[in-house]
Ligand binder design. Structure first.
Ligand code: PLP
Length: 417
């Protein structure tokens, strides 16, 4: 006999209501500066996306990818104006960034006939065995004996903590140039690709110096390896251009781009891979998932692209990012605990002295009605400020005012102890 389960009152999600950039919890309003799990690019309630999803739900919630091929092709055409010129093919068979990155790795390996993957210290490329294996953080790996054979990690372009102990203007861009040494001395000699986040997101919102991408591309060309841009966080307008690699990181000229998170607009899971036409090498059985290219994901993806176009979201991000960055810099001037304000578009951050301070500050910010996130799952010092792309100028002012209150409380508290 199946035991009857008593449903507990209050275990549903009725107390949560999302509107625009706000999450209301039991009637208390928060500005969501984490954009959900960094996936609510259009906030909680973009009407056009929701209406299209309702329509699709009324017809059918699932179709196998055999039936959705032409929709995927239409969306790729719609995306065309936002792609770097070298990109000419796609593989939309994923709903998570982790597996999209694994797909990109498979493409690079199959196309080159080589095995090894370079990635950066502090990088995060996902939670599956393979994508964790190429990520540059021991804390996610130490409990498992699941190494990714052929993963080679190289120092990140983290100027505030330069691995080579250089200063930015006189560094010779060693973090890009010395890649050659890692290929020569740390790899198996069979390197297929480098995978890189244009802004290292989970690692602490680390923004490489602009010239980094040019030098990195030249170095990869010299040693003959492909570049995969993991744009799971930076894609779909987050940095003010559609992809970072069509904007501030355009000199990266990636051979393959992966996307997820914000691509679903209001948090609908969807992910994909974009590549040079000659890298379109996979057979359907070599990378495919049950829910990849399902109609709800594709509708959300299509509507998100249309929304970005129709509402001029990229220009809007540029317009509101400038006052946000100025406001954060102003807070850094007034509060000594705030350092290293940095960011591109609506992907901004600052540091507090320690990771313990970060944990304390996040609680204080919540009291002021701010949902914020730290970095590296609590191991880092960064506070990330990344509201939905549709945040208005007055909401940016509100966000800054609430941050000001939270920092005031934080400094009073930490001086007292
Ligand atoms: C840059 C980057 N790549 C890949 C992933 C993995 O994406 P998902 O959680 O959808 O598998 C993440 C997730 O945080 C990410 O930030």
């Amino acid at each position: 006999m199946i035991p009857s389960v008593e449903l507990k009152a209050g275990t549903d999600f009725a107390k949560y209501v999302g509107r625009g950039v706000h999450l209301h919890v039991d009637g208390t309003q928060y500005i969501d500066c984490a954009s959900g799990t960094f996936n609510l690019s259009l906030g909680y309630s973009a009407g056009e996306v929701i209406a299209a999803l309702h329509e699709q739900l009324d017809r059918c919630s699932h179709l196998s990818s055999d039936f959705t091929k032409s929709k995927s092709a239409d969306i790729f055409t719609l995306l065309h104006e936002f792609l770097p010129p070298q990109i000419g093919a796609f593989w939309f068979r994923d709903i998570t960034g982790s597996t999209a990155n694994e797909c990109a790795i498979r493409i690079a390996q199959k196309a080159t006939g080589k095995s090894d993957i370079l990635s950066l210290f502090l990088s995060h490329h996902g939670q599956t065995v393979g994508s964790t294996g190429v990520s540059g953080n021991a804390f996610r790996q130490r409990s498992f004996s699941l190494p990714f054979l052929g993963s080679v990690k190289i120092p990140a372009p983290d100027c505030a903590n330069c691995f080579y102990a250089q200063t930015p203007d006189h560094c010779g861009m060693l973090c890009a140039r010395r890649l050659e040494d890692f290929v020569e001395y740390a790899s198996s000699g069979q390197v297929a690709a480098l995978i890189i986040e244009p802004v290292l997101g989970n690692g602490g919102n680390i923004v490489p110096p602009r010239d980094y991408f040019r030098v990195l591309r030249a170095t990869c060309d010299d040693v003959g390896i492909l570049i995969i841009a993991d744009e799971v966080q930076t894609g779909f307008g987050r940095t003010g251009s559609f992809f970072a690699s069509t904007g501030f990181a355009k000199d990266l000229k990636p051979d393959i781009i992966t996307f997820a998170k914000g691509a679903g607009g209001i948090g609908i899971p969807v992910a994909g891979v974009l590549m040079r036409p000659d890298l379109d090498v996979l057979e359907p059985w070599e990378h495919s998932t049950t829910s990849g290219a399902n109609p709800l994901s594709l509708v959300a993806l299509e509507q998100t692209v249309r929304y970005i176009k129709r509402h001029g979201v990229l220009d809007h991000v540029e317009a509101v990012a400038a006052p946000l960055l100025r406001g954060l810099a102003d807070l850094a001037n007034r509060y000594p605990c705030v350092t290293n304000v940095r960011g591109v578009g609506l992907m901004q951050a600052f540091d507090l002295p320690t990771s313990i301070d970060v944990a304390m500050f996040l609680t204080m910010a919540k009291r002021q009605g701010l949902i914020l996130r730290g970095s590296r799952y609590g191991f880092g010092r960064a506070i990330k400020v990344r509201p939905p792309l549709i945040i208005s100028a007055s909401e940016v002012n509100d966000l800054l005012a609430r941050l000001d209150h939270a920092l005031y409380d934080f400094e009073r508290e930490t001086c007292r102890s």
